[in-house]
Design a binder for this molecule. Structure first.
Ligand code: DAH
Length: 335
């Protein structure tokens, strides 16, 4: 029987394929090129298949010889491929380990400068602006009594306003303060009016963490008590402060309710096309003054409480309150 391609030619082709494949595999630099080589050799339309396709022209006695040879070759190539892949894996791991070695004896290249936390600078800026208006700074403890945090601020024990400010109770009438408003009471106990103070500090609420809530956050309390103060003084002070802080953003006062002020308002600024609440305020409720032994016919005043995180978020365009507390240097180094 006459063949198109002889047995010798076929075996020669297989020998050639083996030699070339071995050198290609050995030269492969990464697993991608190795995979290409594998498909090119052993894939359905690979070189081995093509050579085997030519077997049809061999005689029935010759075919098994080539078949056997091809099987051995295939096994051999598979072995070479998997050896090479193991070798490349080892090599890249060794290179990575070398690259990531930490030389603990190396000399430092310079001490990086720390940055101030944006909540600190924002607090200071708020406080500074009020100091410019003649206010001084007062402080109070973060562990408060139920009396100062609630009762003295006209929030008796069964008052629904307590539910809005659920906190962490420490036992024995002590709790983590829910706002900086108790500093009003502490300060007025020790200092007769006229008073003008700002009280910055940390406050606590039993809130679940999300983009706008944190169980720990910061407030600045504002308090002015004098003879003859009325709502226009409150409004003028708030507008002067907000303009100094934000520039010329639109501002609006909305009637609201706080137990310790009457009337009360919430103040919104227009930011990115929507109204955003930035503070609560109002005229100090006569009941609060009376509780302190001050005559409400003589003394009047206003108070405000503002959330530092809110101010900082608006100023810097920060979208998520959690960024303040996660100590991510990529965030902190921007300020
Ligand atoms: N203490 C209030 C709060 O945390 C905020 C507040 C509202 C403070 C009105 C005030 C005020 O002094 O007058 O929700």
């Amino acid at each position: 029987m006459k063949s198109d391609i002889s047995l010798t030619q076929l075996t020669d082709q297989l020998d050639l394929l083996e030699a070339e494949a071995a050198s290609d595999i050995n030269d492969a630099k990464d697993s991608d090129s190795l995979e290409k080589i594998r498909v090119n050799l052993l894939g359905k339309k690979g070189r081995l298949s093509i050579v085997l396709g030519a077997m049809s022209s061999l005689s029935a006695e010759e075919r098994p010889l080539v078949g056997q040879r091809a099987n051995v070759l295939k096994k051999h190539l598979q072995n070479l491929l998997s050896q090479r892949i193991e070798y490349l894996k080892d090599k890249s791991m060794t290179e990575r380990l070398d690259r990531e070695t930490l030389d603990v004896t190396a000399m430092p290249t310079g001490t990086p400068f720390g940055k101030r936390h944006p909540l600190i600078t924002t607090t200071e800026d708020i406080v500074d602006l009020f100091c410019g208006l003649g206010y001084s700074v007062a402080e109070g403890p973060e562990i408060e009594t139920d009396e100062y945090n609630f009762t003295a601020l006209n929030i008796p024990e069964d008052h629904p306003a307590r539910d809005m400010q659920d906190t962490f109770y420490l036992g024995g009438q002590r709790l983590l303060r829910t706002h900086t408003s108790p500093v009003q009471i502490r300060y007025l106990k020790d200092n007769p009016p006229p008073v003008r103070i700002v009280a910055p500090g940390r406050v606590y609420r039993r809130d679940a963490v999300d983009a706008t809530h944190s169980p720990v956050f910061h407030q600045v309390e504002v308090l002015a008590i004098d003879e003859g103060l009325d709502f226009s003084h409150l409004r003028g002070t708030v507008l002067a402060f907000l303009t100094a802080f934000f520039g010329d953003l639109p501002v609006r006062f909305r009637a609201s309710y706080f137990p310790f002020t009457e009337p009360s308002a919430e103040v919104d600024v227009q930011w990115r096309g929507r109204w955003l609440e930035v503070m609560g305020c109002g005229m100090v409720d006569p009941a609060v003054l009376e509780g302190l032994g001050l005559d409400p016919d003589r003394w009047s005043g206003f108070a405000a409480g503002l959330g530092v995180e809110r101010f900082c978020m608006v100023r810097h365009g920060i979208d998520d309150i959690r960024r303040f507390y996660t100590s991510d240097l990529r965030f902190l180094e921007q300020f």
